[in-house]
Ligand binder design. Structure first.
Ligand code: IMP
Ligand code: MG
Length: 191
């Protein structure tokens, strides 16, 4: 992929310390809810969820297995919400407790597709943990069991989230101040 040289610098929306605090709270909730689970299969959606997932799972005390999906969406007018799996799971999840970990839920199409697939494959339970919830832009219903922060309909970067592959390593969630920046086009495989 071509990485563009955009000049705008993000404005802090959610600071590093607020992220740390909320991620710890989410981990404690997960520890409570899964206290009796012998193995929790934690599935991240590449690439955006990786930073959040690592910080979260370091504080999860139940035994976990880790795996990843990568998706690509073709959100053109002719195929709204069509999601393709680019990288499938390595693990079998039949009769497993599964926790899906995502950076942000926007329209909901990505998560809806993955949740349906996990259930179809016979997971014993499937729950969703999402750091950010863009409540206003939801088009399909997706129940979020562990939700970090509701946010307005603004394009955010940092802590895993990108604009054209940039900004993922910011330690905070920020907004891009340059008014010419996104509405992001659907991208091939860099969720
Ligand atoms: P959905 O299928 O519309 O819910 O899309 C979710 C995916 O879109 C996320 O996993 C992100 O990769 C991407 N996305 C949605 N909103 C943003 C944003 O504000 N910044 C960066 N990526 C976003
Ligand atoms: Mg992306």
């Amino acid at each position: 992929m071509n990485i563009k040289n955009t000049a705008s610098s993000p404005t802090v929306l959610i600071s590093r310390s607020r992220l740390e605090e909320r991620v710890s709270e989410l981990a404690q909730e997960i520890n409570r809810d899964y206290a009796d689970t012998d193995l929790l299969v934690c599935i991240g959606v590449l690439k955006g969820s990786v930073f959040f997932m690592v910080d979260l799972l370091k504080q999860v005390e139940v035994p976990v297995a880790v795996d990843f999906f990568q998706t690509a969406s073709y959100g053109g007018a002719s195929t709204p919400g069509e999601v393709r799996i680019r990288k499938d799971l390595d693990l079998f999840i039949r009769d497993r407790d599964v926790l899906l970990i995502e950076d942000i839920v926007d329209t909901g199409y990505t998560l809806r597709t993955i949740l349906d697939l996990l259930r179809f494959r016979g997971a014993r339970s499937v729950k969703l943990c999402a750091l950010l919830d863009k409540v206003e832009t939801r088009e399909v219903e997706v129940p979020i069991d562990y939700s970090g922060f509701p946010i307005d309909n603004v394009f955010v970067v940092g802590y895993g989230l990108d604009f054209d592959e940039r900004y993922r390593n910011l330690p905070y969630i920020g907004t891009l101040s340059d008014p010419t920046t996104p509405t992001p086009e659907p991208t091939d495989g860099n969720r």
